[in-house]
Design a protein around this ligand. Structure first.
Ligand SMILES: [Zn+2]
Ligand SMILES: [Zn+2]
Length: 138
């Protein structure tokens, strides 16, 4: 199985996951805008059991998602980079594509586009959802 690796800006925290992602999504929700300082978060969604931290211990910021279930943001306490979000409602990690050592993924959908700022840039040729796709409760 293919192994993917990534790390934070200072290199104190590293992670890896194996195999193909479930989804690769641009998320335009307001929380993601705050966390990235941009119009979106590019999340590589991987099953929780395939993801692990391999070096260092990330700090955790926990918030409630739309579902009411907790989202644990894993970030480096030294440089502040967010590496991944533990999305407990779906039992997956949304890995920050920007922290991957090899940037080989493209988005397959855009979600929460109704919350996007008016200067947002949307990907071409992929479905856009105001919130979530219908099969995810959108
Ligand atoms: Zn760091
Ligand atoms: Zn979001």
């Amino acid at each position: 199985m293919k192994k993917h690796e990534g790390k934070c800006a200072c290199g104190n925290v590293e992670y890896c996951f194996e195999g193909d992602p479930i989804d690769t999504a641009f998320c335009y929700c307001h929380e993601c805008q705050i966390h990235t300082g941009s119009d979106k978060w590019f999340g590589i969604w991987v099953p929780a059991e395939t993801f692990k931290f391999t070096k260092g211990m990330p700090s955790t910021f926990t918030r409630k998602g739309d579902s009411g279930k907790e989202m644990h943001h894993k970030f480096c306490g030294e440089c502040g980079s967010t590496l991944a979000i533990d999305v407990t409602v779906g039992n997956f990690y949304s890995v920050a594509a920007s922290t991957l050592t090899k940037g080989e993924f493209s988005p397959n959908m855009a979600i929460y586009t109704a919350s996007a700022p008016k200067w947002a840039v949307f990907p071409e040729g992929v479905p856009k959802f105001d919130v979530l796709p219908p099969d995810m409760g959108g």
